[in-house]
Design a protein around this ligand. Structure first.
Ligand code: ADP
Ligand code: MG
Length: 238
C-alpha cells in the first residue's frame, strides 16, 4: 500500500480552474472520504489519481515516486464508478474477472479470487447471470466486486451508492462499513452525502470549489468545524 501525496495539483478545463493547487496526503491503509457539494471537484480529483484525467500542474507521488507519467493500468489502483459500467453481454463472473483476464492471470487463480470476493459481497449465487437480470443493488455489488478482485493497493470509489434508493443505500452503507474493517487497503471514497461520510470515514476531507476546507476524524469535524461551510455541511450545531 503506497502512501499517496498530491503536491500542488491543479486541474483546468479550458478557462475553468477546477482544482487550484491542491495538497493532500493519503496514509497507508486509511479509509478516506472526500466529501463536498456537487461540482466541487471530487470526481476530477479521483480521476486524476487513477490516471483517467491529466493534471494541469503539480505532481502525485506514490511512496515518493511521481506517477503522472504512468498509464492507469500501471498505477496499482482499482476504481468503482457511479454508473456501474458493467458489460451487458458478459455474465457476472466474466464481468468480475475482466481485468484479471487482461492481465493473463491463470484461470484457476481467477476462479478462486472471483468466488472469494463474490461470497464476501453476497453475489456468489449470481455469477452466471447477465447484468440485466440483476437488481440495482446487486449490480452495484458486482461493480465493487470487479474492483476488489484486483489486488490493487488502492481502491477508489466515486459515489458508488448514489444510484440506489434510500433504503438500499442505508443497507449498503452498513455493509461497506463492515467491508472497510476487513480489507486492509488504501480506500478513497467520494460522496456528496454527509451521512455516508460520517459513517464510513476514518478520516474525512471536506472540499468546496476545489479547495480543502478541513480534514479530520468525523468527531473532530463535528465538534470543531473550522468554518461555517464545514459546520453547515457536516451538520454541526453552531
Ligand atoms: P464533483 O465530482 O465534485 O461533482 P467534478 O469533479 O465532476 O465535481 O466537476 C468539477 C467541475 O469540473 C464541474 O464544474 C464540472 O462541470 C467540471 N468538469 C468536470 N469534467 C469536465 C470536463 N471533462 N470538461 C469540462 N469541465 C469539466
Ligand atoms: Mg462526481
Amino acid at each position: 500500500m503506497p502512501q499517496i501525496v498530491f503536491d500542488k495539483v491543479e486541474k483546468h478545463f479550458g478557462t475553468l480552474q477546477v482544482l487550484p493547487p491542491l495538497d493532500l496526503s493519503l496514509d497507508d491503509g486509511e479509509f478516506t472520504v472526500l466529501v463536498g457539494p456537487s461540482g466541487c471537484g471530487k470526481s476530477t480529483t479521483l480521476r486524476i489519481l487513477a490516471g483517467l484525467e491529466t493534471l494541469s500542474a503539480g505532481e502525485i507521488y506514490f511512496d515518493g515516486s511521481p506517477i503522472s507519467n504512468l498509464e492507469p493500468k500501471d498505477r496499482d489502483i482499482a476504481m468503482v464508478f457511479q454508473d456501474y459500467a458493467l458489460y451487458p453481454h458478459m455474465n457476472i463472473a466474466r464481468n468480475m474477472s475482466f481485468a484479471l483476464r487482461l492481465q493473463r492471470v491463470a484461470k484457476a487463480e481467477i476462479d478462486t479470487k472471483v468466488q472469494k470476493v463474490a461470497e464476501m459481497l453476497n453475489i456468489a449465487h449470481l455469477l452466471h447471470r447477465k447484468p440485466a437480470e440483476l437488481s440495482g443493488g446487486q449490480r452495484q455489488r458486482v461493480a465493487m466486486g470487479r474492483a476488489l478482485v484486483r489486488d490493487a493497493g488502492t481502491f477508489l470509489f466515486d459515489e458508488p451508492l448514489s444510484n440506489l434508493d434510500a433504503k438500499l443505500r442505508a443497507k449498503m452503507r452498513t455493509e461497506l462499513a463492515e467491508m472497510r474493517d476487513s480489507i486492509d487497503k488504501n480506500m478513497v471514497y467520494v460522496t456528496h452525502d454527509q451521512v455516508e461520510a460520517m459513517t464510513l470515514g476514518d478520516r474525512i476531507v471536506v472540499m468546496n470549489n476545489g479547495v480543502i476546507q478541513q480534514q479530520g476524524t468525523p468527531e473532530e469535524l463535528f465538534k470543531q468545524p473550522v468554518n461555517k461551510f464545514v459546520a453547515g455541511f457536516i451538520g454541526s450545531p453552531t
